[in-house]
Structures are given as structure tokens and as C-alpha cells.
Design a protein around this ligand. Structure first.
Ligand SMILES: Nc1nc2c(ncn2[C@@H]2O[C@H](COP(=O)(O)OP(=O)(O)OP(=O)(O)O)[C@@H](O)[C@H]2O)c(=O)[nH]1
Ligand SMILES: [Mg+2]
Length: 447
């Protein structure tokens, strides 16, 4: 069975952030490998930077060493002692005490500095210098009983091998998307509608996608901080590969935000889904578009219809949606099901979640706070887990970042797969009620 740490996600994350975005790999655990220096050094020598963590009844204390443990010699260098208590409370602080001295071993004792921190593993005890205890804010006592001791190898999360892997993944995703052929070539471009509350990041998602394919940051769609909504027009954005390249196999449709009193008029939604609403249509919160509107699209083809809806949600607000907002979203979902349309949830602003750092975006779906947001979307709004996607939009960056690109491109790829399902499931030349609908025809296959 795999040996696992006693650190909670939050404790580990706070420590990782303290020592500069590190990845921890557990090398030694006293209750499994033995309470002796021999056992510890056998497993932890020559492993590069390490972190040792001891657990007592009411606090955790440990040491970070930038230099490898070595069985034979004394090691001089920088040592950082750390401690935290109040671990029941998620607001706990990690206190640090840094000094330059030697690590050495005396028969069965690990010594960090001459007397700063000494661990008697075989006696399950630790001694901490009085001044250090004060510095770390720990309760004064002569020595501490240790229940557990663990040592982790610490590596940079964003090491060159990981960055190379991400660049390869990014290139593969870009090439898959540029050449993506939709089901039976029924349409050449998937129309993806972005719906969601004000400020969720709909327009920023379009800007982010466009930036990735342009090769530099662009901000075509206006974005803002206004809580009553920035986007008032319906925008149908086709994106090209680079500046002068061909059109990509998807179109993003940006809409007005959903609100409780103001915002996108619910009755506009069926018109949008069926493709009646033209580009640049100015929404009216209290009145839907009517066939008498001068640019109303009377006879939309399959290519003009929406093929997938992405509900864009700010990950930090999903747990606090008002009951009215939840009711609105559920009402739209019902409508979508009526049209046989699969929909996804796109969680933005994950970079804003407490403690999340850039390195976490590499494996964001495994981050505990992100998992809990995904869980909330699943239970509150009924989205299947595989249809809840996570991105971090470009907002204030000057340069593209391959880690963000991978999330954005992966989300798009999943949306295209969903469009395929929609197209495959479509009754030929019939509308969703099964009646003949001559106005909504499939696009010429070889157009
Ligand atoms: N940190 C962070 N900020 C984001 C993200 N996405 C959007 N934002 C910010 O959120 C704010 C609103 O973004 P918009 O893209 O205008 O949101 P919207 O859904 O189009 O809003 P409306 O058009 O008003 O409905 C802006 O300040 C963006 O910079 C994200 O992933 N991370
Ligand atoms: Mg907008």
C-alpha cells in the first residue's frame, strides 16, 4: 500500500508556498520505516533539498534544508525551521526561523544547528532551543514527544522537464484544434454560446482563446469590473489561426450577463439557440428580439444555430449563487435539454482562489479547493463532472503562458467533442419535436 503523509492538503500547500512552489515527494515516514536515524538517512541521503516534519500532540515542527542529507559528513548551509499550530483552524500561520549553521548527526540524534533543533528519533523526542521556541511562537517546554516524523524531497514544481512536457502538450492541442473536423462535416464551425452571470469571465474567455491562436495577448472584447454588466451586445466571434490564417473550426458567441433583476432576457435564449439573433444585436433586458427586428435571421441553417452552451461561472462565487440565479440557470438548462443540447460549466478565476499559485494550474483538477468548487457545481446545478471545465483567463498578463494555454485549449477541445455528440444525435431535417422543419437544414456537406 502506498505510504501517505499525515499533512492535510492545506498544511502541505502552505509549506510548499513558504519554500517557493515546491513539489513534495515522501521519502521517509517513521511509523512505517522505523524510528531511527539509520532508517531516515538511508532513505533521505543525497536526495537534494528536503523538508523534515515532526508531529507532536499540539503542533508541527520541522526543518527545510537546501542541501542534501549525507550519511558521512557534517553539512553546513542554510536551515529553515518552521512550525505551526491551531491546525483545526484553516487560518493557521506557518512561522519560520532561518539560520546558517551545520546539520550533523550524533549517534541517534539529528542536530539542526548546535542546539537549535535536535531530534532523538529512537526516543521519539525533540528538543528546541528556548529562543527558537519563542521565535516560532510555540508553547515553552523542555522537550516534545513526537508521534510521527516524515521527510520529503523538495523539487521545483515548474522544473524544465515539466515545462517541456507542457509545451509539447500545448503544441499537440493547438494542432488538434486547428485541424478538428466536426461530425460528418455537418458544419465547419461549432457555435459555442457563452452564458453566465455578470463578470463571470465570458468576454475574457473569448479574448483568451483569441490570444492563444494569435500568439500574443489581444483584448478585442471589452471586459470590466462593472457588476451590472459590460457586454450589452450579442457578439459572434470567428477566430483565425494567426493573423492571416484560415478560420478555426469554432465560433464563440458572447452574450449579456445573466442577472436576477437585470441582464439577459430569458425569452431571448430560444432565439439565440435557434440562430435567429444577429451579430451585434443590442440586448434589451425586458424585451426579447422579435421577428420584426431589422436584422432578425428568419431562416437559420444548422451552421447558424448554437451547438454547445458553455455556462461561465466565477469559481469563487459558485457556492454563493442566490436562489434566483440557481433557478434561472436551471430554467435555461431545461430549455437546453429540450433542444437536445449538451452544456458544460466553465469555471474561471481559479487563479484567485486562496493559496493557488501558478504551478497549481498544471494539475488544477486535483487541487482540493478547486475540487470543492467542482463538487458544488455538480451538486447544486447537476453538471456531470466531465462537463465541468476549469480555466484561468488572461486578464492582466503581457505574455502568453503555456500552462494557461493548455487549460484553455483543453476546455475548447472538450466543447468540440460535445458538439460532435450534439450533431451525431441530431434528427436529419427535423426539429427537436420531431416535426419537419424545412427552415433548419443541415449545411451542404461539401460546402
Ligand atoms: N483573476 C481572474 N480574473 C478574471 C478571469 N476571467 C475574468 N476575469 C476578470 O473578471 C472581470 C470580468 O470579466 P469579463 O470577461 O468582463 O466578464 P463577463 O462575463 O464578460 O462580464 P459581463 O459582460 O459584464 O457579463 C474582469 O475584470 C476580468 O479581468 C480569470 O480567469 N481570472
Ligand atoms: Mg462580457
Amino acid at each position: 500500500m502506498a505510504v501517505t503523509t499525515r499533512l492535510t492538503w492545506l498544511q502541505k500547500k502552505k509549506l510548499q508556498n513558504c519554500f517557493g512552489e515546491k513539489k513534495f515527494s515522501l521519502l521517509y515516514k517513521a511509523t512505517v520505516h522505523g524510528f531511527s536515524c539509520e532508517d531516515l538517512l538511508k532513505r533521505c541521503s543525497n536526495q537534494g533539498p528536503t523538508i523534515l516534519v515532526t508531529y507532536s500532540e499540539d503542533y508541527v515542527i520541522g526543518a527545510y534544508m537546501g542541501e542534501s542529507y549525507n550519511t558521512s559528513q557534517e553539512k553546513k548551509g542554510s536551515i529553515i525551521l518552521f512550525a505551526f499550530q491551531d491546525i483545526e483552524n484553516s487560518e493557521f500561520d506557518v512561522r519560520l526561523f532561518e539560520f546558517r549553521d551545520a546539520f550533523h548527526r550524533e549517534y541517534n540524534i539529528l542536530c539542526y544547528g548546535r542546539s537549535n533543533f535536535r531530534i532523538y528519533l529512537n526516543r521519539k523526542r525533540a528538543e528546541v532551543n528556548v529562543a527558537v521556541i519563542e521565535e516560532l511562537g510555540l508553547p515553552q517546554r523542555d522537550n516534545t514527544n513526537i508521534q510521527e516524523c516524515e521527510v520529503f524531497r523538495c523539487e521545483d514544481l515548474l522544473n524544465q522537464r515539466t515545462i517541456d512536457g507542457i509545451n509539447v502538450l500545448r503544441e499537440n492541442l493547438l494542432s488538434d484544434l486547428k485541424t478538428y473536423k466536426l461530425y460528418e462535416n455537418l458544419v465547419h464551425q461549432a457555435r459555442i454560446l457563452l452564458l453566465g452571470p455578470f463578470g463571470a469571465g465570458k468576454s475574457s474567455f473569448f479574448n483568451s482563446v483569441k490570444s492563444v491562436f494569435r500568439g500574443h495577448i489581444t483584448n478585442q472584447a471589452p471586459v470590466g469590473f462593472n457588476t451590472t454588466g459590460i457586454s450589452e451586445q450579442y457578439r459572434i466571434y470567428s477566430i483565425t489561426d494567426g493573423k492571416n490564417g484560415g478560420s478555426l473550426p469554432f465560433i464563440l458567441c458572447d452574450s449579456m450577463g445573466l442577472g436576477v433583476k437585470e441582464g439577459l432576457c430569458m425569452d431571448d435564449i430560444p432565439y439565440i439557440l435557434q440562430g435567429h439573433v444577429p451579430d451585434r444585436y443590442k440586448f434589451n433586458s425586458i424585451k426579447p428580439i422579435t421577428p420584426s427586428h431589422h436584422d432578425y435571421i428568419d431562416s437559420p441553417l444548422l451552421k447558424d444555430r448554437i451547438h454547445c452552451v458553455a455556462f461561465v461561472f466565477d469559481a469563487n462565487s459558485v457556492a454563493d449563487f442566490s436562489s434566483e440565479m440557481v433557478a434561472n440557470i436551471k430554467r435555461i438548462q431545461k430549455e437546453l435539454i429540450k433542444y437536445g443540447m449538451v452544456h458544460v460549466a466553465l469555471l474561471t478565476h481559479v487563479d484567485d482562489i486562496d493559496l493557488i499559485t501558478k504551478g497549481d494550474l498544471i494539475d488544477i483538477y486535483r487541487c482540493v479547493p478547486v475540487k470543492s468548487k467542482i463538487e458544488a457545481v455538480h451538486t447544486e446545478l447537476g453538471f456531470p463532472f466531465s462537463n465541468i471545465l476549469v480555466v484561468s483567463n488572461y486578464t492582466s498578463e503581457w505574455e502568453l503562458d503555456p500552462i494557461k494555454d493548455v487549460l484553455i485549449l483543453s476546455a475548447l477541445k472538450q466543447m468540440l467533442r460535445i458538439v460532435d455528440d450534439f450533431l451525431e444525435d441530431l434528427p436529419l431535417a427535423t426539429d427537436i419535436k420531431g416535426k419537419e422543419e424545412p427552415n433548419v437544414q443541415k449545411e451542404e456537406r461539401n460546402e
